[in-house]
Ligand binder design. Structure first.
Ligand code: 9MR
Length: 490
């Protein structure tokens, strides 16, 4: 279940024209590419002070979809059950427990050396109807809650790194949510829950978790005041879970400062449910903004030593909760519905310190990026021209026979910014369907990509990442040559 570690379908331009052509003609391009290690997100996060990079999993694709499983294992070092550990999932009828779905995710995590965040013990939502509609009084609710913690945290004692003991206890204005727990016990339910969880699983890190607490605002202030009070009274609370269900272009400017103020209380902070949604349809500008937003969030966490990890709320856009909940919104995650890496994936990769060019795909059960549209050398015309301060990598991300997805990385290897660039190359037998992170045009086999207006400059040492989807008519080879503003790139 380990990820293939070479870059499939990747052409390193610096292999040289002759060698590339010869290998391409021989159909050996993929196997002849130097096998280079590509860091995974989990490895990179571990190198950043032992942080985790996690995801939420659901049992259905996990048990039926080998590509989902493969990415889950390869890229992530922490796992949260998206729904399987919630009270209604575990105890749908009073006293009748359904452990199998939760267990299978735990077993997957163990097999893949992943930590598990337990989600969640005490919440107002996804409660079984026997509990919601049971008409219980405060004393009964306390005993039901403490019994639930005993049974569930007891069963998984030693398996979990952390528990979200209490989830979503606050209203937006910083007052306590009027949940059945609050109605029955007032704010004391929070203290009771933490004390019981600590008694049952003394080694687990105990978190309070919430959304819309990313920036400094009324809600995060309410949480802050509660936590100060709990700490003053010796309640065993160890961490703040900042869910981070965000909207493209709206990462709060005080995110890092807010993480820091909780860390300064001596608590761990984790980003527990990160996703960044957008109005559909997605386009390249939104995807680029989303990539920048992911980078901002990762950087905010990395800047605070007690921000110990980041979990994204799912693997791919198609299986995300977002489109089912916010009408007209979607595409919030790092992979699209076909498990292609999005610009956000690369942004996270770079923010975590990845500096070897990653390949274009995560090989799944069957390697989707394993076939290169090789074939005969197209013998593209050589436009000549001076060589420029640029290095271009061309990657076949995915090839499905009559079409493929490609990525092109343009690195500025010079010492001054490259503004308003134009990239040109020849790609016979290909017809463009869609290109992103630039304005793409095709004239016969000649392709031109102009810098997008929202991101016209490549700074020295930085790179621009372009993507495209194209149909093909016959054999397709990697372009022989790229020019940037008329200069030939290496
Ligand atoms: O992603 C979960 C979705 O599948 C469920 O239908 C939903 C039900 O409330 O819960 C979602 O997960 C939530 C998480 O447990 C707590 N924070 C907000 C998450 C998104 O709603």
């Amino acid at each position: 279940m380990t990820e293939t570690r070479h870059r499939t379908g990747r052409v390193r331009r610096s292999l040289g024209l002759l060698l590339t052509s010869a290998l391409t003609a021989a159909g050996l391009l993929v196997t002849a590419s130097p096998a280079q290690a590509e860091s995974t997100l989990r490895e990179l996060a571990a190198q950043k002070g032992g942080r985790h990079f996690g995801t939420a999993l659901t049992v259905n694709p996990l048990n039926s979809d080998s590509q989902y499983r493969s990415i889950a294992a390869a890229q992530f070092s922490a796992v949260t059950h998206e729904n399987e550990m919630k009270w209604e999932s575990l105890e749908p009828q009073r006293g009748q427990y359904n452990w199998a779905p939760a267990d299978s995710i735990i077993n997957f995590a163990k097999a893949n050396n992943q930590i598990v965040r337990g989600h969640t013990l005490v919440w107002h939502s996804q409660l079984p109807s026997w509990l919601n509609n049971g008409g219980f009084n405060g004393t009964q609710l306390r005993s039901l809650m403490e019994n639930h913690i005993e049974v569930v945290a007891g069963r998984y004692r030693g398996d979990l790194y952390a528990w979200d003991v209490v989830n979503e206890a606050f209203n937006e204005d910083g007052t306590f949510r009027n949940s059945i727990w609050y109605q029955g016990m007032g704010r004391n339910y929070i203290e009771y829950a933490f004390r019981k969880a600590h008694e049952v699983d003394p080694n687990a890190k105990l978190y309070i978790n919430d959304y819309n607490i990313e920036g400094i605002n009324a809600k995060s202030n309410g949480l802050y005041n509660l936590v100060v009070d709990l700490l003053n009274r010796g309640v065993p609370i160890h961490g703040i879970g900042i869910q981070s269900h965000l909207i493209v272009g709206q990462v709060p400017s005080t995110f890092q400062q807010n993480i820091q103020r909780f860390a300064d209380l001596g608590l761990d902070v984790a980003i527990t449910e990160l996703d960044i949604r957008m109005q559909m349809p997605a386009n390249s500008a939104k995807l680029q903004q989303q990539a920048n937003d992911y980078k901002t969030v990762v950087n905010a966490c990395l800047a605070v030593s007690r921000c110990i990890g980041i979990t994204v709320w799912g693997i791919d856009d198609e299986r995300s909760w977002v489109p089912y909940t916010f009408s007209g919104e979607g595409a919030p995650l790092l992979y699209d519905g076909q498990y292609n890496r999005k610009p956000a994936w690369y942004a996270v990769y770079e923010a975590l310190g990845g500096n070897d060019d990653p390949g274009g795909s995560d090989p799944g059960g069957s390697d989707p990026g394993g076939s290169d549209p090789g074939g005969s050398d197209p013998g593209g015309s050589d436009p000549g021209g001076p060589s420029g301060p640029c290095d271009v990598d061309y990657v076949v991300v995915n090839d499905w026979g009559n079409g493929f997805q490609g990525a092109i990385y343009i690195r500025n290897t010079g010492s001054s910014p490259i503004n308003n660039w134009t990239l040109q190359f020849s790609l016979p037998n290909v017809y463009l369907n869609n290109g992103w992170n630039g304005d793409w045009t095709q004239n016969g086999s000649q392709f031109t990509v102009r810098a997008p207006s929202w991101n016209p400059t490549i700074q020295p040492g930085q790179r621009a990442e372009l993507g495209f989807v194209a149909g093909k008519n016959g054999n397709v080879s990697a372009p022989n040559q790229f020019t940037l503003n008329g200069n030939v790139c290496s």
